[in-house]
Write a protein that binds this ligand. Structure first.
Ligand code: SAH
Ligand code: SF4
Length: 343
């Protein structure tokens, strides 16, 4: 059955009116679901019986079934496995840090973008996830952990911007103070660089931080690593990043997976620094270096530790703000880019 969460919040008043209730009851309905976490229309006692029955007949609320979990022995990172109603696998990764709790959630079943170093890119694209399936990952984890999450990362399986409309509806629910109420700085969408959608997001979506997967500092190399996303040149991607930060004032992070011997040389670092340092006057930019996490069957290797340090320092001396992402959940295959087929 179709989840009510697949209808944008702005249309809920009309739905209630259509069922013979008063439009303002939409706020109560939203409160039951997002604040009280009551997922049965029957229990929503301040909504008239007629409306409750109408909702019950036409809509569901939850849409995933939890099918398993695996926790890292190293850092407590936990990968959760779900099934959609039509049998697709979905997973998300809970990241407990010392002072905050994050969730890395998936936006598609499979991924059609085929980046050569990524486990998700090896999983055949099946379909986009619905807003309800994205929000349900949050509902499940907050219920299991028993505490609210501090931040959401749209960085699991799939290319969020290739599922644009559902993503924007989801972000509206995530950001709305009536909905999940996450602040702009606590939500990050990661994209392999879909330029038209980055520009659309800058105009029409609730403000969120953007992470752009760059991974190469020249177009020919980027084409070998991101065969589809390199349809847009690095220059076009950087221009879209500028537009995004000018319009939203949000932070833009460039993600750079370091693949040993492929894109981790001093020259790569210098080129990357030259590309990014000119951007500082347009907004807040960071480079996030991610050492390659092994994916079974792929020919890549982790960069040597001193190469990562050198790469970082080349950016730092050129005044490009840079961080090295701490690997999380790698022992259970839940690190960045490791979300392949469910086992
Ligand atoms: N499709 C989006 C979001 C999901 S991938 C995107 O590509 O940005 C999340 C991040 O993990 C991306 O930066 C991606 O490039 C990175 N990643 C993919 N495979 C990886 C691997 N094997 N090791 C480390 N990071 C990887
Ligand atoms: Fe898809 Fe992102 Fe993986 Fe590329 S890196 S295959 S876009 S999930």
């Amino acid at each position: 059955m179709n989840s009510l969460l697949n209808v944008p919040l702005s249309q809920w008043p009309e739905i209630i009116e259509g069922l013979g209730g008063e439009a303002y009851r939409a706020a109560q309905l939203i409160d039951w679901i997002f604040k009280k976490r009551v997922f049965s229309f029957k229990k929503m006692s301040n909504i008239s019986q007629k409306v409750r029955e109408g909702l019950e007949k036409n809509y569901s609320i939850r849409s995933l079934m939890l099918s398993g979990a695996e926790e890292s022995k190293v850092d407590g990172t936990t990968r959760y496995f779900f099934k959609t109603e039509d049998g697709h696998d979905v997973s998300c990764v809970y990241l407990p840090f010392e002072h905050r709790r994050s969730l890395c959630l998936s936006t598609q079943a499979g991924c059609a973008w085929g980046c050569v170093f990524c486990a998700s890119g090896q999983v055949k694209f099946q379909r986009n996830l619905t807003p309800s399936e994205m929000i349900d990952q949050v509902f499940f984890i907050e219920e299991i952990v028993g505490k609210p999450l501090d931040s959401l990362l749209f960085m699991g399986m799939g290319e969020p911007l290739a599922n644009y409309n559902a993503l924007v509806d989801t972000l509206n629910m995530v950001r709305s103070p009536l909905g999940l109420g996450f602040g702009a700085r606590h939500v990050t969408v990661s994209t392999s660089g879909l330029v038209p959608q980055i520009e659309m997001l800058a105009e029409s979506a609730p403000k969120v931080n953007l992470a752009i997967s760059l991974h190469a500092a020249n177009d020919p190399l980027r084409k070998t690593l991101l065969p589809k996303s390199s349809a847009w040149s690095i220059k076009e991607v950087l221009n879209a990043a500028k537009t995004y930060s000018k319009k939203t004032g949000a932070t833009v992070t460039f993600e750079y997976v370091l693949l040993g011997g492929v894109n981790d040389s001093e020259q790569d670092a210098k080129r990357l620094a030259n590309l990014i340092r000119g951007l500082a006057r347009y907004g807040d930019y960071w480079v996030n270096l991610i050492a390659y996490n092994p994916v079974p069957g792929l020919p890549y290797v982790k960069p040597e530790a001193d190469k990562v340090d050198l790469f970082k320092s080349i950016l730092t001396v050129r005044q490009v703000p840079v961080r090295v992402r701490k690997p999380q959940g790698v022992d259970i295959g839940a690190g960045c880019g490791q979300l392949g087929e469910a086992r």
